[in-house]
Design a protein around this ligand. Sequence first.
Ligand code: 13P
Length: 325
Amino acid sequence: MSALNKIAQTLVSNRRGILAADESIGTMSARLEGVGVEPSAESRRVYRELIVTTPKLAESISGVILADETFYQKLDNGRTFPEYLQDIGILAGIKVDTGAKPLAGSPDEKITEGLDGLRERVADYVRLGATFAKWRAVITIGDDMPSERAVHANAHALARYAGLCQEGGLVPIVEPEVLMDGSHSLATCREVTTSVLKTVFAELELMKVELDGIVLKPNMVVAGTGSGEQPSVEDVATATVESLREAVPSSVPGISFLSGGQDPEVATHHLGAMQKLDPLPWELTYSFGRALVGPALEAWRGDENNRAAGQEALSVRAVANAAAR
Ligand code: 13P
């Protein structure tokens, strides 16, 4: 087993999953303001400390994805976040993309940036305790979208990122997210998701990325939020797994879904229903952001007196998702 494969296996096995706590400074600040907390480097640090010090987190969480800011911050006990996670048996990950920007020639579509200087940044993150990384590409469904140009440019960037991570010793989480926004049907989401994944795997192969040393982080196949369609939990599970079967090679050790704005409990139900389908070649797990930490943020609202309630809310979601596996 290669070192990369071992890390990837650790991330997706033993009924654990990944916690995405890597919101950008802008996104995290907006979420804090949403619950009445003044955003600052310190309030973001305090909130992230609440998350990672949740009792028994390591029983259901294998890895935590950190933002660059958090990666260099310290807990009250003086340990850096990657050091602390290592202490409690959780792998530390780092988001290395620098965000999605409008794509030239397709202003309504986005291309994720962050390749410049990535080799050097990977070396720094590895030295400071990271074992895996994340890069998120976003694909929009709409009139004449996604364009072939947007899908190809994003798949190419994901593959170059993945290659650089593996060269430096990090397991890349490869995240092509087909957004839920829009009036598209479940069938359209399935078609687009399959096609995007096929393009991503073609690019990964071209860049000689070792597939047994990555984790794929896709969207679940759902109907657009504005479609009026409400597919059953079973329909979502079946469409998602069929799409993955068509596009994802069996050498990939695990698939960890993003939640993408789904209701936290519904996302858990979808994950549970997928496990009941015929034996799958990969582990299927979670790499949720909002569906894990959303209820915790709501329960905490910046009040130290609510700290335990916030941690309990995270615990409830983490345990439920582990059980769904
Ligand atoms: P959500 O689960 O909130 O979609 O976040 C996952 C993630 O890491 C997005 O990049």
